[in-house]
Design a binder for this molecule. Structure first.
Ligand SMILES: [Zn+2]
Length: 452
């Protein structure tokens, strides 16, 4: 398919084009520029699309690269609304683990589909789904199939814990990871990826951390783990290592850090841990909403960026955020950086957009996350002609401080339109919502959690 968008604003890597054009040819961006599209491109799009009128006037729309939600737990879409007034460990033990334990195959499929639809509507074209449930192959297969059907890019970071509550045997974890890499890594034209997803340092043995990371590296895949989210967790690792090592230090000693490692949260980091992350070119995945909701603390994002650490942005699971809106996440990241540093210049809109796009892509070793010729056509168009946005002074400021997920108008992933004029393409959203409402209520009942 060839498609020519004209008269739109474009957030390119270097600047914002106020009126320009963008051409999609198949899966990639084939042309981009300012002003009116050259006649050659117009002719080319007319010739190549006999069936569809594929020159679109996108006046008042802003094109940005598809956002990368660099950490979530999609199955928690059926668990939102339970995060108020609980600390992380209390919330996990009394709500989340109970609900997770009661989920059926159908619950998982529907919760993940709903989460992906919500993410897409909030501008995410790539989702790293840290899959926490030690269930059967069928459970991960239904999630991957749902992503394939919907058309988003999904990284399934296969969660695991071989210590403590819900521990699995090391052999079954390695066997399942091996199967997932063989069956799914790179599937659907590369839209589906598998990652190694140890859940947290205090839930994993060093032997299996090393084995699983080696396995991931053999497949060119990344390792994705909750790190230093709360002070209690740092204390647990210090205790495990006889007071010698904090979590990032422990992981460094095991050879786990590298440009293929994601430290999710990274709230309680010492100066030495920040240095180690920078030295190893690791990614820190910043989850501002979840850190605020669970009162975990504030990640030292400005310091990490100053040291050259790749910081990506994420919502975290709906249970500890309540939403999957990456546009909102950009705003919260900017607010949090300012209030925590008492510096109004702590984070520029461009830095926030980079965290949500190119840094997320870099974390996955992908060249995406940029609007440029040759890049994958993962593109979001926002309708900027709205009372809460106009008039626009600085385009990127308007994007970060004024726009909302509900302004996402059109979404392309790999050149395919998944959302057009705010309507999902090829999916009955109202029917999905009705089914999810019914299933989530029955899940809470089965888990013995009262809804008020
Ligand atoms: Zn998480």
């Amino acid at each position: 398919m060839t498609l020519l968008l004209k008269n739109l604003m474009l957030a390119t890597p270097d600047a914002v084009i106020q009126r320009g054009y963008l051409m999609i040819d198949g899966e990639r961006i084939s042309a981009i520029g300012s002003g009116a599209p050259p006649q050659t491109l117009i002719t080319q799009s007319l010739i190549s699309t006999l069936q569809y009128p594929q020159i679109i006037d996108a006046s008042n729309k802003l094109a940005i690269p598809g956002l990368v939600n660099a950490h979530t737990h999609l199955e928690q879409t059926f668990m939102r609304g339970h995060s108020a007034n609980h600390s992380l460990l209390d919330w996990l033990r009394n709500y989340i683990w109970k609900l997770q334990g009661a989920m059926t195959l159908d619950d998982i499929r529907l919760a993940c589909m709903l989460g992906m639809v919500e993410a897409l509507r909030g501008g995410a074209t790539t989702i790293i789904h840290h899959y926490k449930l030690p269930f059967t192959q069928e459970h991960s297969n239904v999630v991957l199939q749902a992503a394939q059907t919907l058309g988003v890019r999904l990284v399934l970071a296969r969660g695991w814990a071989d210590r403590g509550t819900n521990a699995e045997s090391g052999e079954s974890i390695i066997a399942d990871l091996t199967r997932l890499f063989a069956d799914w890594h790179g599937a659907a034209d590369g839209r589906i990826m598998i990652a190694n997803g140890p859940l947290a340092p205090w839930r994993c043995t060093p032997e299996l951390l090393q084995r699983a990371t080696e396995l991931a590296r053999a497949h060119g895949a990344v390792t994705h783990c909750h790190m230093n989210e709360t002070q209690d967790e740092v204390t647990m690792t210090l205790k495990d290592t006889r007071g010698e090592m904090r979590p990032i230090e422990w992981f460094a000693s095991l050879g786990l850090l590298g440009d293929d490692f994601h430290a999710v949260h990274g709230v309680w980091l010492s100066a030495h841990e920040c240095d180690l992350l920078a030295e190893h070119h690791a990614t820190v995945t910043h989850c501002p909403a979840a850190n605020m909701i669970l009162a975990s603390g504030v990640a030292p994002v400005a310091q990490l960026l100053k040291q050259g650490v790749n910081v990506a942005l994420a919502t975290d699971g709906p249970a500890s955020n309540d939403g999957q809106d990456m546009i909102e996440m950009m705003r919260l990241a900017a607010y949090l950086a300012r209030v925590s540093s008492l510096d109004p210049q702590a984070m520029a809109p461009r830095q926030v957009l980079d965290m949500a796009t190119v840094n997320g892509a870099r974390a996955l070793k992908s060249a995406g996350g940029r609007l440029e010729v040759g890049a994958p056509a993962d593109i979001v168009l926002l309708d900027m002609n709205a009372a809460h946005i106009q008039p626009i002074g600085n385009t990127l400021s308007s994007l970060v401080y004024n726009a909302r997920g509900s302004d996402v108008d059109t979404v392309f992933v790999n050149g395919r339109i998944l959302l057009a004029d705010k309507q999902l393409v090829g999916l009955d959203e109202l029917a999905l919502l009705a089914e999810c409402r019914e299933r989530a209520a029955s899940l809470a009942q089965r888990a013995g959690i009262a809804l008020d």
